[in-house]
Design a binder for this molecule. Structure first.
Ligand SMILES: *Cc1c(COP(=O)(O)O)cnc(C)c1O
Length: 432
């Protein structure tokens, strides 16, 4: 009935998440409110971890791409599930280290790392820096040299795969700001350069072909291309690439009509490709890394709002305005993202009211969803937007000086705040 297993409807006709009544949650914590279900998050973590055990003899590691949802409690959950963590900025690295996340399970990505970020990462002793380009390689070599360290690195490769997803979140093709291209020979060149440098230790290769990919073929294709490259490197330089990071991008269910592949299926099929090609090319089986972000947290989260004005423009449309918007969920204005929306306190009533859900920000494009069927709502009702666990809180802003909502974690009927809501005082804290 719902896009996520953690959701249900109770006897009062209220939407529940992780066994908690959403109307009760709103009474206790107010709106707007992000709610995440811990059980669901952990199930997703375990599905990926298990899939590497089952299909690849555990010769690999699952990294959570923290940009999807980054806060200390999430880092602790990932740590306790025995996974690693991707970070893409000094701020994400700081969050992980503040949460006590083990540095030797942290992987640092990004197409334009600053010297300070590189220094901090090396100082902390993180697992790998994923190097994006030539100047960055030279910089890392220089900084590591000054610090008397050797940096463990991987290269971000553009495998030339066109994954069928939104162009803003497609990253494997040659025209992308991320990484070095295979087709042009750039990737081979940078590998050779790394082998000449004193203060870097080339451990592996990385690719990430995009996000919200609902199909396994592009991942198999990427694995094929990367294995071929590993074989080419061995032939041309004699060097054995030990680690292969195949990125994230596994799709989730936003709408009932979305049909994501079971998470175990990716490793099942990709592992087969990796094993077959490794054998064919006579190269060692690489240690595999995968980096799910959205698929770990996306469907485990919802956002709750209170309905304010309901405005019907005759023969045009009805706007239902809520007390949040692009400030807590910029995905509709960015990508016209699909979401399932319903009235949390009337969850059993028919959804026969076609509305546009609008935010409270001063932008006409500040919408959550257009022409979406919901229950007959009025001022004071509670709206739930589903599958907002990824790239909502992490992409939120203070536009219009709207404080960020709190994040509440629910688990088997209990709830706790894991990120406090911002206050007006927080908004002026850095003003001078
Ligand atoms: C964003 C990103 C991910 C995670 O992508 P999802 O679509 O959230 O799974 C993984 N790896 C890298 C390098 C990324 O940039």
């Amino acid at each position: 009935m719902f896009v996520s297993e953690c959701l249900d409807v109770n006897r009062d006709g209220h939407l529940t998440i992780g066994g908690c009544d959403t109307v009760e949650l709103v009474r206790r914590y107010g709106t707007p409110l992000y709610v995440m279900d811990e059980t669901q998050i952990r199930e997703h973590c375990r599905a990926f971890v298990q899939s590497i055990k089952e299909n690849y003899d555990g010769h690999g590691r699952v990294l959570f791409a923290s940009k999807a949802f980054c806060c200390k409690e999430m880092c602790r959950i990932v740590e306790s599930e025995d996974m690693g963590l991707d970070v893409v900025s000094g701020g994400e690295l700081y969050t992980a280290l503040s949460a006590g996340f083990p540095a030797d399970r942290i992987y640092f990505h990004g197409n334009n790392k600053t010297d300070l970020e590189i220094e901090t990462a090396l100082e902390a002793g993180i697992a790998r820096i994923i190097v994006d380009n030539f100047p960055e390689l030279e910089t890392i070599n220089r900084i590591a040299g000054t610090m008397g360290k050797k940096a463990d690195i991987m290269f971000r490769i553009k495998p030339g795969i066109d994954a069928h997803t939104h162009s803003f979140i497609r990253t494997g093709q040659i025209d992308s700001k991320f990484g070095v291209a295979l087709e042009t020979g750039e990737a081979m060149q940078i590998v050779k350069r790394a082998l000449e440098l004193e203060n870097v230790n080339l451990c592996g290769l990385h690719c990430h072909i995009g996000s919200q990919i609902l199909d396994v073929d592009p991942f198999e294709h990427a694995a094929e291309v990367m294995l071929k490259f590993i074989a080419d490197i061995k032939t041309e330089t004699g060097f054995t690439v030990r680690e292969l990071n195949l990125g994230g991008g596994f799709g989730i269910k936003y709408l009932e009509s979305d049909n994501p592949v079971a998470y175990s299926e990716y490793m099942n099929r990709v592992a087969r490709v990796v094993k077959a090609r490794a054998q064919e090319y006579g190269v060692d089986l690489p240690y595999i890394l995968i980096e799910p972000g959205r698929s770990i947290v996306g469907s485990a989260g919802i956002t709750l709002y209170t309905v304010g004005a309901v405005k019907t423009i005759p023969d045009i449309r009805t706007y239902v305005s809520v007390d949040g918007g692009m400030c807590d969920n910029p995905r509709y204005i960015l990508y016209s993202s699909d979401y399932d929306v319903l009235c949390a306190n009337k969850a059993n009533e028919p959804r026969d009211f076609k509305v546009t859900v609008a935010g409270k920000c001063c932008e006409s494009g500040d919408l959550i969803q257009e022409n979406t069927p919901i229950q007959r709502v009025e001022h004071g009702d509670i709206l739930a937007v589903l599958s907002t666990g990824a790239y909502n809180y992490s992409m939120s802003s203070n536009y219009n000086r709207i404080p960020r909502p709190p994040v509440v974690m629910v688990c088997r009927g209990e709830s706790r705040v894991i990120v406090k809501g911002e206050t007006f005082e927080d908004l002026v804290r850095n003003d001078v």
